[in-house]
Design a protein around this ligand. Structure first.
Ligand SMILES: NC(=O)c1ccc[n+]([C@@H]2O[C@H](COP(=O)([O-])OP(=O)(O)OC[C@H]3O[C@@H](n4cnc5c(N)ncnc54)[C@H](O)[C@@H]3O)[C@@H](O)[C@H]2O)c1
Length: 302
């Protein structure tokens, strides 16, 4: 029997490599498109060539991606540059990489007549939202080029669904954490720093008062949602993807344990963030299963 084929762009990164693990468990044959700008081959070294084919390619400067998409059923488009401060320093680079890159992946997927296209959008599109927990209908207010380029990608994904009747879904991720998280990236910041500090027996650095909150979702809960999305009939939709729970940085620090030290707050970061996830819960009968205490302990015991 022919195996289902899936493409994961950015599959050598944190979320991408966890998704590849899950797809291989589901017996998919996976093609990874990655230029290793922040991802690494090591994240996929436990897979055989039979299950995972890795192609080193920059999706933003290659208009001829189609050859990899022939016969592919599902596309998970996760490749992107994902840091706030570098995006302010070099908006053009972010625009080309994230927006043009998305357009190239969309074009190839359209030609291949794929069965589902999932896009990694970002909760940063809400800026500092008025209503918390935040629904998908909340006002869009991008505060930096990273958020803007991810939003433009989302708009392209939704427009392609309309113009060309493509089966596209955009998921606005909140703060994802779990094994192999990027210790340099903006999103990995809290956990990346805490992991390194814990290893080096240094105090945990807390930005601001530590009372600011985020919605942290464990990566396995996120990949579970992806599997449900591709098995479902939903298309042409935007979903928040978070835990639906608000957790302060101080709470994370107390689960991790040890001494703390405080550093000044960074610009353009919201004080609170929490997803309203009722839409995705209802549409695909999914819910997050890993509590913050279990997730943090899992991550720090590795
Ligand atoms: N981690 C989070 O909490 C979070 C939150 C919201 C959105 N996202 C989005 O999810 C996606 C994955 O994030 P992550 O945390 O796994 O980041 P990551 O940096 O670990 O992964 C991104 C991957 O994309 C690859 N890549 C980047 N530009 C590329 C290009 N032009 N061509 C080919 N490959 C390219 C990188 O090498 C890397 O492997 C990103 O698009 C990010 O914007 C992540």
């Amino acid at each position: 029997m022919q195996r289902v084929k899936s493409i994961v762009t950015g599959g050598a990164g944190f979320i991408g490599s966890n998704l590849v693990d899950r797809l291989v468990k589901e017996r998919h044959k996976v093609i990874v498109l990655d230029n290793f700008i922040s991802g690494s081959r090591n994240n996929l070294s436990h897979h055989s060539k039979k299950n995972v084919k890795i192609i080193k390619i920059d999706i933003s400067n290659n208009k001829n991606l189609y050859k990899y998409f022939k016969g592919v059923s599902y596309v998970f488009h996760l490749a992107g540059l994902a840091e706030i401060i570098p995006s302010i320093k070099n908006p053009r680079k972010y625009f080309i990489n994230n927006t043009l890159g998305t357009l190239n992946v969309l074009e190839a997927s359209k030609k291949a007549k794929i069965k589902k296209f999932i896009y990694a959008a970002s909760s940063s599109c809400y800026g500092s939202p008025k209503k918390i927990p935040t629904k998908e209908t909340e006002k869009i207010d991008t505060k930096h080029p990273y958020a803007f380029t991810k939003l433009l990608g989302e708009e392209a994904v939704m427009k392609y669904a309309n113009f060309f009747n493509m089966p596209n879904i955009s998921c606005r991720f909140f703060n994802v954490y779990g094994p192999r998280l990027n210790t340099r990236g903006q999103y990995g910041a809290v956990f990346g720093n805490f992991l390194i500090q814990k290893q080096n027996k240094k105090p945990l650095t807390i930005v601001g008062t530590g009372n600011q909150t985020r919605d942290f979702i464990y990566v396995d809960d996120l990949t579970n949602a992806f599997i449900k999305l591709i098995k479902s009939k939903v298309r042409n939709k935007i979903y928040n993807l978070g835990s639906g729970k608000e957790t302060s940085i101080n709470k994370i620090a107390s689960i991790v344990g040890g001494e703390k030290t405080f550093i000044p707050k960074r610009p353009s970061e919201p004080n609170r963030s929490c997803a309203n996830i009722s839409k995705i819960k209802k549409d695909i009968n999914w819910k997050p299963k890993i509590s913050i205490t279990v997730g943090v302990n899992k991550l720090f015991s590795n």
